[in-house]
Design a protein around this ligand. Structure first.
Ligand code: ADE
Length: 232
């Protein structure tokens, strides 16, 4: 998969690229590219934002600046671009990111992520250049960089090479294998710690019963019930 991130702070992604699963996906052919809006602005002195029409606090990322950056990277009108690839505008108000959307995005050959800053984008960026408006939660971040990392993190771990155990992405929280429910609880050694015992079924070696127990735990979590063995 080829992912391009448009941002005013490409350096913010240095740490992200060093993470094991990200480095693994990159080694398997995924590419992460960065475009700094400021490098392509048609305005003087590196200006990229402006005051909002109608007044109000904060600054808004300009539509002509975003267009110039997209044109510089892809060499075509961004209105046409969005017929060719998914372009995600990251905003606090967008569609909430969930496992279904991540699966959907993981099937794309290429993606463009637009990170905003300040008060966000001129609405025309979202209306005419983006295919999706995506939020990572109902809170406002200072910029879209962390949101872009969250989208990429969730997505890259679904791609080959990102994780050592490919099975772990099949049966995990909110996956189809678990009927969209949160994942069951995990335990490891020691089997008993400060009198807190691991549920017996997990030590039984009886795979069918373990599977049944895990599914029941997952369903109970979805229903808001406490996990087995977590009495006060
Ligand atoms: N930009 C600012 N807040 C955001 C959020 N919650 N999700 C995605 N992008 C954002």
């Amino acid at each position: 998969m080829e992912i391009d991130i448009f941002t005013l702070f490409p350096d913010a992604f240095d740490w992200f690229e060093r993470q094991h699963h990200v480095a693994g996906a990159l080694a398997h052919g995924t590419t992460l590219g960065y475009v700094n809006y400021r490098d392509h602005t048609p305005l003087k002195a590196g200006q990229v934002d402006d005051t909002p029409f109608g007044g109000g606090a904060g600054m808004v990322l300009r539509v002509d600046v975003v267009e110039a950056a997209l044109r510089a990277r892809y060499g075509l009108d961004p209105v046409e671009l969005r017929a060719q690839r998914r372009v995600l505008a990251l905003t606090a108000a967008g569609r909430l990111l969930d496992d279904e959307l991540v699966d959907d995005l993981a099937r794309e050959p290429s993606l463009t992520l637009l990170a905003g800053r300040y008060e966000g984008f001129d609405q025309r960026v979202i209306d005419h250049f983006a295919t999706d408006e995506v939020s990572i939660g109902r809170y406002v971040l200072a910029g879209g960089e962390l949101a872009a990392m969250v989208v990429c993190d969730a997505l890259l771990r679904k791609l080959p090479g990102a994780l050592g155990h490919e099975q772990s992405v099949v049966e995990e929280s909110y996956s189809k294998a678990l009927e969209g429910a949160p994942e069951y609880p995990h335990y490891t050694r020691p089997a008993e710690y400060r009198s807190w015992r691991v549920p017996d079924v997990l030590l039984s070696g009886h795979h069918a019963r373990i599977r049944e127990w895990r599914l029941a735990q997952s369903r109970a979590r979805a229903a808001g019930e406490p996990p087995d063995g977590s009495l006060p």
